[in-house]
Write a protein that binds this ligand. Structure first.
Ligand code: ADP
Ligand code: MG
Length: 157
């Protein structure tokens, strides 16, 4: 069921999140605005996904993405957050993030400790890296979607 909407193409502005301290954990997540999140299929499963991402007209990198319940809206709305597997020199709030969601890793989970959370995310990142090296996933990195003019918000073309 999680795979029904994949691959899923999405483009939108990077907005300020709710300061859960992702960056302090070494895993910053670029948040999409509420409007972009609203444009997602309403039945898309929450959980952790992998795919490709690019900021502005920069290079395309591997990413892991979480679709979760947004605590800011008392968990009645979703949030979509992308951790790009790349070290950026600067923050990129306000820039256009283009992503293609390729596959599903696991459902959302609660962890007993920060250590367990961090090691789960590190496991997700390793899984994403492995999966995205498969030929059928690598070809999405070259998709024309990443070369369309920026500034336009398109969801699944
Ligand atoms: P917020 O709560 O505002 O989303 P985070 O701690 O999650 O704060 O940090 C997210 C911000 O960090 C992104 O909006 C982006 O500007 C910046 N950033 C830097 N490197 C990355 C990266 N590799 N992946 C995602 N965001 C990054
Ligand atoms: Mg974030």
């Amino acid at each position: 069921a999680a795979m029904r909407h994949l691959p899923y193409f999405c483009r939108g502005e990077v907005v300020k999140g709710f300061g859960r301290g992702s960056k302090e954990l070494g895993i910053p997540t670029a948040n999409f605005s509420e409007q972009v999140v609203e444009s997602f299929p309403s039945d898309i499963s929450t959980g952790i996904y992998y795919g490709w991402a690019c900021v502005g007209n920069g290079d395309v990198h591997k990413m892991v993405l979480s679709i979760g319940w947004n605590p800011f809206y008392k968990n009645i709305k979703k949030s979509v957050e992308t951790h790009i597997i790349h070290t950026f020199k600067e923050d990129f709030y306000g820039e256009i993030l283009s992503i293609v969601i390729v596959g599903y890793i696991r459902p959302e989970k609660n962890f007993d400790s920060l250590e367990e959370l961090i090691s789960a995310i590190q496991g997700d990142i390793e899984e994403a890296k492995r999966q995205l090296d498969l030929p059928e996933h690598l070809k999405l990195k070259e998709d024309n979607f990443f070369h369309l003019p920026e500034g336009k918000i398109v969801n699944n073309h």
